[in-house]
Structures are given as structure tokens and as C-alpha cells.
Design a protein around this ligand. Structure first.
Ligand code: ATP
Ligand code: MG
Length: 242
């Protein structure tokens, strides 16, 4: 049975409404089920970041409703929204956003500290996550000693550690070389498959788009196409059984 995690109804965001209005997101409907692995694509300025920010509660729509696991986040107060985000939504940004003075483990642990997760449980999740991302030997290293790809994997671990309903990633591979980008996608796909974690990522990178199972294209703030796809890598390796 499909479980809805995101249900956005008719959402719009207009920048500069009083001068030269920009309809960054224009009456968008979006339904995402648990376990989806979705790429958000479209030309620069088509509204990908704005849409991700609205769904993630980092910004508010001017119009419409956004239900996350049944809660309409457009109705929450600022304080409630911060708390809701903390407990429900994982973010991965283009620029990694790790805190330089903290180790990889401390960075990934940080949100759990804010959530009040007990030490023993934090340790358990950290061991498992760093194993999953293949960085068990880098837990005590600061970000400056990690490659871009490794930093981004720590950012994924940080997002996952908070046990979110879904992870939003805005161009997560934009600052990575192609080998690191591929490795990051391997990690995301593994977590998607094994933990049924829902991912929505924006990207311009065709190789990243090819890994998605659903591709949503935005043009001028509107969804112009929404397609379910079978990743070509699976067709080539014959992993598709149904
Ligand atoms: N804070 C802002 N103030 C005014 N206009 C904005 C703001 N943020 C975005 N815009 C405009 O909204 C539109 C959508 O921008 P957005 O950043 O969502 O696009 P994008 O698809 O993420 O682009 P890119 O692929 O370059 O990251 C653009 O026309 C942009 O110029
Ligand atoms: Mg963007």
C-alpha cells in the first residue's frame, strides 16, 4: 500500500509581488509516496529550489496547502514549523554545509542532539550510518580533511540520522566530480532501497537524472511533465524482474 508523505495542493510562490512579480512556483500540485526516488529537473530559474524550500518548510507559499504526513505545514506558527522540520525533514545542500570545527561524526550527530536523542541511541545510529556510507574510518576527521564527495556523504548521514520522513537534496552533486557524484547516488539509492527512505533531489546532471525512478520537470514554475522511469543501469544489468 502506498503511504503519502507529501501532498502539496495548488501551491504558489511569487517573488517581488509589488514590483516585477516572479511566479517562481505557479499553482503546483505534487504528491509523493513513501519510498520514492524522485528527480526534480528543469532549466535554471524554473523554480526547483523554490519548490524544495516550500516542501521543506524553509519558505512559505503565498497560496495553497502542503501536507506532510497529514500535517498542513502552511498552518503552523514559525516556532511549530522549526520543530516540525527538525523532526520530519532531512536536508542536503549543494555546498554540504558541514560545521568546520566539528568532526564528521559530530556534524552528523548534531541534529540528534537538538532532537534530544540519548547518547547510546546516537552512538548506535552513527555506527550504522557511517558504515552505510562507507566512512567508518573517517568519523573523527574534520570536514577539511574530507573530499567533496565524502563531505556530501556525511551530509546525507546527518540528514538520515534525524530519522526524517523524507530527504530533500538541492543539487547534491553540483560540486562533485563524476566519480563522487556516482558514489553519492549509490549511497542514496542503497538507503532508498534498504531503508525505504524517500528522496527528492533537484539536479541538472543527466547521469543523476538517469538514476531516478520518477522525473518531474518544472518549466516557469509549473510541472510540465511527471514520468515514472526505470533506471537504465538496472536495464543494462538485468535487475528488473517485473
Ligand atoms: N529570493 C528571491 N527573490 C526574488 N526572486 C527570486 C528569489 N529566489 C528565486 N527567485 C526567482 O525565482 C525563480 C525560480 O528560482 P529558483 O532558484 O527556484 O530556480 P531553480 O530552478 O532552482 O534554478 P537553478 O537551476 O539555477 O538552481 C527565478 O526566476 C529566480 O530568479
Ligand atoms: Mg536551484
Amino acid at each position: 500500500m502506498n503511504t503519502t508523505v507529501i501532498d502539496a495542493h495548488n501551491i504558489s510562490k511569487v517573488y517581488n509581488p509589488k514590483t516585477i512579480p516572479v511566479h517562481a512556483v505557479n499553482e503546483v500540485h505534487l504528491h509523493i509516496n513513501k519510498g520514492e526516488f524522485t528527480a526534480l529537473v528543469g532549466p535554471s530559474g524554473s523554480g526547483k529550489t523554490t519548490l524544495l524550500n516550500l516542501i521543506g518548510g524553509l519558505d512559505r507559499p503565498d497560496k495553497g496547502n502542503i501536507f506532510i504526513n497529514g500535517t498542513d505545514i502552511t498552518k503552523l506558527t514559525a516556532g511549530e514549523l522549526i520543530s516540525f522540520r527538525l523532526h520530519n525533514i532531512g536536508f542536503v545542500f549543494q555546498s554540504f554545509n558541514l560545521i568546520p570545527v566539528l568532526t564528521a561524526k559530530e556534524n552528523a550527530e548534531f541534529i540528534m542532539l537538538l532532537q534530544g536523542v540519548k547518547r547510546k541511541e546516537r552512538e548506535r545510529r552513527m555506527m550504522q550510518l557511517f558504515k552505510d556510507i562507507g566512512l567508518e574510518d573517517k568519523m573523527d576527521v574534520r570536514p577539511e580533511k574530507l573530499s567533496g564527495g565524502q563531505q556530501q556523504r556525511v551530509a546525507i548521514a546527518r540528514a538520515l540520522a534525524s530519522k526524517p520522513q523524507f530527504i530533500l537534496a538541492d543539487e547534491p552533486t553540483a560540486n562533485l566530480d563524476s566519480a563522487s557524484a556516482s558514489n553519492l547516488l549509490d549511497n542514496m539509492a542503497k538507503l532508498n532501497k534498504e531503508e525505504n527512505m524517500t528522496f527528492i533531489f533537484s539536479t541538472h546532471d543527466q547521469r543523476v537524472i538517469e538514476r531516478a525512478r520518477r522525473v518531474i520537470t518544472l518549466v516557469d514554475g509549473k510541472i510540465s511533465s511527471d514520468t515514472a522511469v526505470v533506471p537504465t543501469t538496472e536495464i543494462q544489468t538485468g535487475q528488473v524482474t517485473s
